[in-house]
Design a protein around this ligand. Sequence first.
Ligand SMILES: [Zn+2]
Length: 305
Amino acid sequence: MIANPVPWPNGARCAVAFTFDMDADSILHLAHHTSADTRLAAMSMLRYGPEIAVPRLVELYQRFDMHQTFFLPAWCMERYPAAVEAILQGGHEIAHHGYLHEHPNELPSEEELYWLQRGIDVFVTMTGERPRGFRAPTYKFSRHTLTHLVNEGFVYDASLMGDDVPYLLENATGRVVELPSHYALDDWPHFMASRDFNYFMSIKPPRQAMEVYAAEFDAMWEYGGLWIAVWHPFLSGRLARCVAIAELIEYMHKKGQVWFARLDEIAAYVQQLTQAGMWTPRVDRLPYYPGPIPELGEAEPTLAR
Ligand SMILES: [Zn+2]
């Protein structure tokens, strides 16, 4: 079913990475800049992430002896240094998720680079290292993102959805490893309910979401894929959902032959396999198109309406 399965380490059938995007209240300031300070209930819901959920998740990972990856907008690192400290102390990776959760594909290239570099500066100051990985906020990877990532020395990206296994993104500037996921492994469609974001998913038992994640896991396990959860502490870190996550981890352990890893470890492993000639990843050349396709002309065609 997978044309080019990865020879995962130690005979593992698949690789598993639980990644959490700790957006905290950055998304509220971005959505409602002039009134975010008046939306205290929404703020409290989002602050639950760094204040309550992150310490809980770090404890959960410790219970299972797991090291995972958290994506943080750099502004959130500055705002919530205790969460950064807890994540690092747990042996987890922190990767780049914008400065204030800005959307790269809605910005001019220079502005995108400005926020990327401003974020990197925060990483260097607070962690002593440059980030190795990037996930574009709201998956909004731009036509220029790859060039900026290569120039800034990033090893991997985790924003795209183009395969079941790692692949490479390439352009004239260079390459990075892509570690893909997709919406079925995102918690927003399962759990997000907020008037302030005009987004209301119906409330369901956490196990219903876990059934979807487990089905994705079973398929990846069967065919040698890469399972990356894209979750948010303020959503999946709520109590009943965390209980269900622990059960999902137990299920994975029971099944066995699973490589639980940080994304930087998976990217390094892919590079190592490639260099040793033991596995050749597929390459996506970016951007996919130099501009709007010519078949429909330059004006907004009636066809598209
Ligand atoms: Zn995010």
